[in-house]
Design a protein around this ligand. Sequence first.
Ligand code: AMP
Length: 605
Amino acid sequence: MKTFEELGVAPEIRRAIEEMGYENPMPVQEEVIPYLLDQIRDVIALAQTGTGKTAAFGLPLLQQVDVKHNVPQALILAPTRELCLQIAGDLADYSKYIDHLKVLPVYGGSSIESQIKALKRGVQIIVATPGRLIDLINRKTVQLENVKYVVLDEADEMLNMGFTESIDEILSKVPQDRSMLLFSATMPKEIAKITKKYMEAPKEITIGRKNEGSNNVKHVYYMVHARDKYLALKRIADYYPNIYGIIFCRTRRETQEIADKLIQDGYNADSLHGDLSQAQRDYVMQKFRVRNLQLLVATDVAARGLDVDSLTHVIHYGLPDDIESYNHRSGRTGRAGKTGVSIAIAHVKEKGKIREIEKIMNKKFEQSTIPSGDDICEKQLFAFADKIEKVKVNEDEIARLLPSVYRRLEWLEKEDIIKRVVSLEFNRLIDYYRDAEEIETPSDRYSREDKGGARNSRDRFESRGAGGSRSAEKGYSRLFINIGRTDNVNPATLMGLINDFVPGKVRIGRIDLMQNFSFFEVPEGDAQKVISSLKGQEENGRRISVEVAQGGAVAERRERRPSYGGNGGGGSRRGGSDRDRGERNSFSDSGKKEHRKGGRKPKYS
Ligand code: AMP
């Protein structure tokens, strides 16, 4: 292994990173740094988050920037505001001893004016989200003609988020002879296209195998009927009393609904998705980071900004459409040398998808059965016993109170006292699970209900959700199109269709993909043109039809609230653990849950 000095890193940078505790280069740094310092033009690095990639591209960039020249020389594009801030912060730390070096993060959701002012004062490195950078380019407030280095960080994420067009536009504004460095955890076709288009004989570096994922993650799936998904989720959460995890949902609406239900059922959960304001998202993320929140229900996109290393579990509330998303989601656990579990709550029709993921990731999934009520109670009981063993006893404070309590309980044997303490904590949980029906694992030959009903129920659910009732952004029309995920549609295909068939340039706003249909938004003035140009065209052999969604009228016709399991019960871990401090749990004596009413959520402990 080489040292940073042997890799050619300058002394003032070494001084800063040594202070940060970087003793030796990480593998990606050992591979990338010499290339960038050697002026090799383009590099593709396949590396997961957490591998040290920021320093891999950051250190050589900082070293090559000419501080006497107060214009942007390096441009780093990142998918989210949080990643943008993180990169800019890391670069500022690395360049602590380089005088006059300025790094500016530019991202949406904060004042563009102050970013413009900072740009006017002069910066050498810009770290940007594509959308905001396009805004600045359009306002002619950012100059990119002196950019020598472009870094696309988490390139696969940027494409997943529909930034392909923005990236194209940005790259057309930087000089052709710039070096380009592309970081991606995975190598989907779209990335290969970008590398072909913009890179010249790139050096390809792979840290770990492509699409492989971490070895510290155990992959598990539970096969359930569609109607049992939510109950299964609760049982899984109950079975892991110390869970600290993200539950991934496919749509914003589903995310909100699942989070609401979990909160109502007494879980320490909250939601994170794009319908929340930036301030709300920041608040939830902060709560989760400091572990005041145990379960975060999130969409893939919203969870991207969150960098947490110690997740115990990632739960897929339904499998994502593509392997990249699965890989990204599950890569959020098992980080920093820890182990983690990636749990898919899958519908029987998704079995093929599991096999496909197994093949591509070269990993075996373990099929588990939903824990029974007995299993859960036992697990919770042991966790409780563990807490009793480990609880910090404040001898001085309680010494005064104990003698009278001892006197009062003197007549009881030790076993009796334990029995009573446990009963106090667990009676309601035990009652609930005694009455709850076990969740059946469907056989491979899926039932009539699952064949038709599940797909329809998802569609009804989705149409009611992210798609149907939403109204369009100001100045945009919301259109319904009769193709969706089952037709292999993703934002890129939808944009491709519009590019191919609709004359002129059409800006595309929000896209919501559903299982069998989708919604997308275009400027009001372009709506009719888009509808008539796409009408009758074909995608994958399916004749396309497009119409104005009119505030959800199209979707609403298909709507019916999905049902999640007939007994509607909710086993809540609140029944048992010390997370209940100060807030009693959610079971009434009849064993049925009562809804928590907006009380303070107990701290994770
Ligand atoms: P990144 O993949 O850039 O987000 O880095 C993951 C984590 O590793 C961050 O906390 C970095 O500060 C840390 N890190 C990066 N390079 C090194 C290094 N050479 N030695 C120790 N820690 C590092």
